[in-house]
Design a protein around this ligand. Structure first.
Ligand code: GCW
Length: 686
């Protein structure tokens, strides 16, 4: 692998803090493990690797401590010592995946406990102990009880079996190559470690666009190899899902239909489920993209998406499997004259009428934003509206529209805004995070999903700093109340160093990067303005004159999409009235979303006093300056981070700088030429 970047957040560099080093060496000389399973064995291995790296020690492992000091690991049921030391309340507060870490001092000797109710909880306890030591936490500050806030913490791969990755910017697939499943299982094992260490518990390994060969993943051709991957993930408490082709019965089933109400089709899927579970007894279930961007689905047969999802759910139910059904269903062929069709409306229009109609092992996976992962969009109005349906929030870690891992764009602050958004779905305070965690509506399942940015590049993510998004997503899925700052700090300490000066500089870079990216790309929620198809680089009218139809509607007088109820597409009315009122009004609409909701004249004055046009000029000049600052900050870290990391990130930042200038210039000249109004500050516009 050649580079330390491969180890991501599992670097386990020797602690530089001498005092802590001595304390922990004392405390962790002996480890007693009172549990025996593959998951625990993996956790113990991680502990060995971690402690050797962090402390330079190889503790003695036994089933009971011989001395006073030491670490005891186990499940509550499996260990008398652990059970005896915890109060009934403490035991009750532990969920299936929760863990407890307890530090006790008696007779001058420290004793540390790490326990779970299950082996999964125990494993998370061990990973978290290592995280805490790695980030220089003192023993006295270790004690805690944590349960993951969200039940499903899912990663989606858009990997194709030929090895390509749809919207992948970090090399080829880590799972597939030349229509085969990889034999490099040690890399998959490392990947599973990374994911589990950050709290992920579900993975879908293939693209939601399921082509010819991927359709065969659930057949003899591939199932045994899928089972091998599953075995690795199982060892880290991660459930494996496959994306399936809704038209499988037609393509591989010798049937003439995929009608979800057809008896033969239903039977085919039941048999298929039996077959899959005979090979993979703990298989997670199916992820489905149907009736979207050319994919087959129930609409062909005049059926609803509930009919489609429920048919699959019925087949998986006896085995405990789940159907994760995506809501990214929209008409992608819009005539520019037709101002009634609005892609942003589509998910709500299709799925809201079906609330309560899905089987209890179906989850709807709702993409955010309602258009498509732009740098700034409002929260999908489906979230907060669906009440009787299991829901997953879908985010995009891979930077399709946010710089394709050539630009630094730390996405956690964006995700935080989404999670903290008040939908008013059940009165004031019904935030997105409370809905998907099932705090508000007591549905069966809920949680997070995201499209990953991982590929086979040595550093996994192309841009090494994009690892912060992978990590940050997982941490938020575990606990959405963590702040962007906390997550950034953890990641930096685990990735580079505990040196607080370095930590502060990199933290500043991460935290400012989303805003910088927004500044030099498309303004105020309008989105797009990228080259069609590959979506990289500025092309203001790229989609304006494309049939795909994601219009910005700029002319010489103004720009923006009128999505009001009064005069536009009516999208604003899909929100609860408290929210709808705000978006409906030009004055009350949050300015960062102004052009998403309103067509606005260039001379319109923003709260800052700038005209809309001047704001566009100013932010574009500012965005480039911010990238200059990113680069200057990084230059100051020479000698403070490893040389290959330093040069790699520098190279990316230089690319970002020249590319941000291209964005600035193309956007600015576009508006100069539309309006004929020059920059008030007389800066150079091409
Ligand atoms: O963002 C769009 C992407 C497609 C993707 C689609 C989806 C997997 O451009 O590449 O297809 O979303 O989410 O299904």
């Amino acid at each position: 692998t050649g580079t330390s970047m491969y180890k991501a957040w599992l670097k386990y560099y020797r602690l530089e803090n001498k005092e802590l080093l001595t304390l922990y060496k004392q405390l962790l000389r002996e480890v007693a493990v009172a549990e025996d399973s593959v998951i625990t064995a993996n956790a113990v291995n991680e502990l060995k690797t971690g402690l050797y790296g962090l402390l330079g020690i190889k503790p003695v492992f036994s089933s009971e401590l011989t001395g006073e000091a030491g670490l005891v690991i186990g499940t509550i049921e499996g260990s008398k010592e652990i059970s005896g030391l915890l109060s009934a309340d403490e035991k009750d507060s532990l969920g299936e995946e929760g863990f407890i870490i307890r530090f006790k001092t008696e007779n001058n000797a420290g004793r540390l406990l790490v326990a779970g109710k299950t082996n999964k909880g125990l494993m998370y306890g061990v990973f978290n102990l290592l995280r805490l030591i790695q980030t220089e936490t003192a023993p006295q500050a270790l004690s805690r009880i944590e349960n993951p806030v969200n039940q499903l913490r899912t990663i989606n791969h858009w990997d194709n079996i030929d090895g390509s990755v749809e919207r992948g910017y970090a090399g080829r697939s880590i799972f597939f190559k030349n229509n085969k499943i990889t034999g490099n299982l040690s890399r998959i094992n490392d990947y599973a470690r990374m994911l589990a260490a950050a709290g992920i518990n579900t993975i879908a390994i293939n693209n939601v666009n399921v082509h010819e060969f991927e359709t065969l993943l659930i057949t003899d051709k591939y199932i045994k190899d899928v089972a091998k991957l599953n075995e690795i993930f199982r060892g880290y408490g991660i459930k494996l899902f496959l994306s399936i082709n809704f038209a499988s019965t037609l393509e591989i089933g010798n049937l003439e239909t995929a009608d979800p109400l057809d008896g033969n089709v239903r039977q085919w899927w039941k048999d298929k489920a039996d077959y899959i579970y005979s090979h993979i007894p703990d298989f997670g279930g199916f992820l489905v993209k149907a009736d979207s961007e050319g994919r087959p689905g129930p609409f062909t047969y005049g059926r609803t998406h509930a009919d489609g999802a429920n048919m699959l759910a019925e087949a998986l139910k006896p085995h405990g499997g789940l159907v994760i059904w995506r809501c990214f269903v929209y008409n992608c062929q819009q005539d520019w004259r037709d101002r009634t069709i609005d892609r942003a409306r589509a998910a709500y229009d299709h799925f809201m009428p079906l609330d309560g109609k899905f089987q209890d092992n179906v989850l709807l996976q709702i993409k955010n934003g309602p258009m498509d992962f732009q740098v700034r969009e409002p929260v999908s109005p489906l979230i907060g509206s669906l009440k009787k349906t299991n829901q997953l929030l879908e985010l995009q870690i891979t930077q399709e529209y946010t710089g394709q891992q050539r630009h630094l764009c730390y996405l956690v602050p964006m995700w935080k805004e989404i999670l903290d958004f008040d939908t008013y779905g059940n009165g004031k305070g019904t935030t997105v995070k409370k809905i998907i965690s099932r705090d508000t509506f007591k549905n069966n399942y809920g949680g997070f999903a995201a499209v990953t940015n991982i590929g086979d590049d040595a550093n996994w993510t192309g841009h090494q700093m994009a690892q912060a998004n992978t990590y940050g997503y997982a941490r938020l899925a575990w606990n959405p109340d963590l702040s962007s700052e906390e997550i950034a700090e953890e990641w930096i300490r685990r990735t580079y160093t505990n040196d607080s000066k370095v930590v502060d500089i990199i933290k500043g870079m991460l935290l400012g990067s989303w805003k910088a990216y927004e500044n030099y790309t498309s303004p105020l929620g309008i989105g797009w303005m990228v080259n069609p198809n590959h979506h990289y680089g500025p092309n203001v009218d790229g989609y304006e004159y494309d049939k795909w139809g994601t219009y910005h509607r700029a002319d010489h007088k103004g720009i923006g999409v009128d999505r009001t109820v009064k005069s536009g597409t009516g999208y604003a009315g899909q929100y609860h009235k408290e929210v709808a009122e705000v978006y409906e009004s030009l004055e009350k609409c949050p300015e960062e979303l102004l052009l998403f909701f309103h067509y606005v004249p260039y001379a319109y004055r923003l709260k800052s006093g700038e005209t809309l046009l001047q704001y566009i000029y100013n932010t574009h000049f500012r965005g480039v300056e911010q990238v200059e600052e990113l680069k200057q900050n990084w230059l100051g870290l020479k000698g403070k981070v490893e040389e290959d990391v330093f040069l790699h990130v520098l190279e990316r930042l230089e690319g970002q700088l020249s590319h941000s200038k291209e964005w600035r210039d193309i956007i600015n000249t576009y508006f100069l030429r539309k309006t004929g109004i020059p920059d008030e500050l007389g800066r150079k516009i091409y």
